[in-house]
Design a protein around this ligand. Structure first.
Ligand code: CS2
Length: 361
């Protein structure tokens, strides 16, 4: 098992690569979607993107896919720091939003995804993490939820406000939409969403196989059956099995988020980890801790929630998981570098857990 750190776009700097290395990580997962408006929308107390009813802000340029040389440069910069780039996490809604909505630009967006996957293969990046969701990561709240009143995220009830036109995957894809809203996106059904997903897999999996890139699906975050009136795909642990059964290709894998899975109202988290790691479906793992279930869960320090993280690590080890584990989020700590301190605490805990299982001192 390998330890990694996830970095948002504005954090892909030599300093943060050095920080990851110093904290014992060997791998990086890079978010290229700019959730924080180039860092301008980010403050030292930001944990992870939350946004407003208009989401996280403007999506990327619909006509500019991540260039091959940008991907290669990021990989080289990561390697120059003595680390490896394991995955890119999340497509930009400007590039693939109409696949989620089954909109008029769907065919173009399928071509976009194919191009991105091929470029990852050429750039030597093994995994593409993604989240097949219409409303995206929306409905979370922030509060002093964690031990010692540390700020973290959670949920304080359902989020049912309809999704306005121009918004998809919790980002604005039509910049004129917020100033002149033209109604809401009609609600899809779960059947329609699964149909959209199956078509996506049918078209993209062969390209990923050829490119040598694994696709890693994140479960819904937060895992509610509906957010903003739109259906969610994997909001109970058993729905991950449906993903495997739709397309059993070895590249059809999971961005296996233990926190989101533990927030679900069904299933025993240890059985869930055992089941899918035995099936060898884990592309990489998000490992954090949580208290309670949707729609009222709260994120906690890694040693402090309802999940026995050391037991999770032991199950992964037993089933021969050899991929990368990142602490996807961590509560902020009271100091001059709240995000870094929170991450260093989580990384240290995970590092000790992995070392004790692997018999290393
Ligand atoms: O801030 C974050 O890291 C997140 O919001 C992710 O965990 C998110 O759930 C995934 O990137 C979805 O693929």
């Amino acid at each position: 098992m390998k330890l990694g750190l996830g970095l948002y776009r504005h954090m892909l700097t030599p300093e943060n690569f050095a920080f990851a290395k110093q904290a014992g990580a060997t791998h990086i997962v890079a978010h290229l979607v700019d959730y924080f408006c180039g860092g301008a929308g980010h403050s030292a107390t930001d944990d992870q993107p939350l946004g407003t009813d208009w989401g996280w802000g403007l999506a990327g340029d619909p006509d500019k896919l991540w260039p091959l040389d940008e991907l290669t440069t990021i990989r080289r910069n990561v390697e120059a720091a003595g680390l490896k780039l394991e995955a890119i996490e999340n497509f930009d809604p400007a590039h693939w939003g109409d696949i989620l909505l089954d909109g008029p630009k769907r065919a173009q967006h399928i071509e976009n995804v194919k191009t991105i996957i091929r470029r990852l293969g050429e750039a030597g990046i093994p995994i593409m993490g993604y989240n097949f969701s219409i409303a995206g990561v929306a409905g979370r709240t922030k509060g002093n939820y964690a031990r010692g009143d540390a700020p973290s995220v959670g949920m304080e009830g359902a989020y049912d406000l309809p999704m306005p036109n121009g918004l998809v995957w919790n980002m604005v894809v039509d910049p004129t939409a917020p100033s002149r809203p033209t109604g809401n996106i009609p609600a899809a059904t779960h059947e329609q969403l699964w149909d959209r997903y199956k078509r996506f897999l049918d078209e993209i999996v062969p390209v990923a196989e050829k490119a040598g890139v694994r696709l890693a699906l994140h479960p819904d975050d937060p895992p509610m059956p509906f957010i903003r009136g739109q259906p969610r795909l994997v909001y109970q642990p058993s729905l991950y099995q449906k993903v495997v059964d739709l397309n059993p290709s070895p590249v059809n894998q999971f961005e296996f988020c233990v926190g989101s899975l533990a927030e679900m109202t069904e299933g025993d988290i240890y059985d869930v980890v055992d089941n899918y790691s035995r099936q060898n479906r884990l592309g990489y793992v998000h490992l954090r801790n949580v208290r309670d279930k949707v729609p009222h869960y709260k994120e906690t320090f890694i040693d402090d929630g309802e999940v026995d993280v050391l037991r999770v690590l032991a199950i992964l080890k037993k089933n021969g998981f050899e991929g990368v584990i990142i602490p996807d989020h961590a509560p902020q700590m009271s100091c001059a570098a709240p995000w870094h301190a929170g991450m260093a605490y989580a990384l240290g805990f995970l590092k000790a857990g992995i070392m004790s299982l692997e018999g290393k001192r």
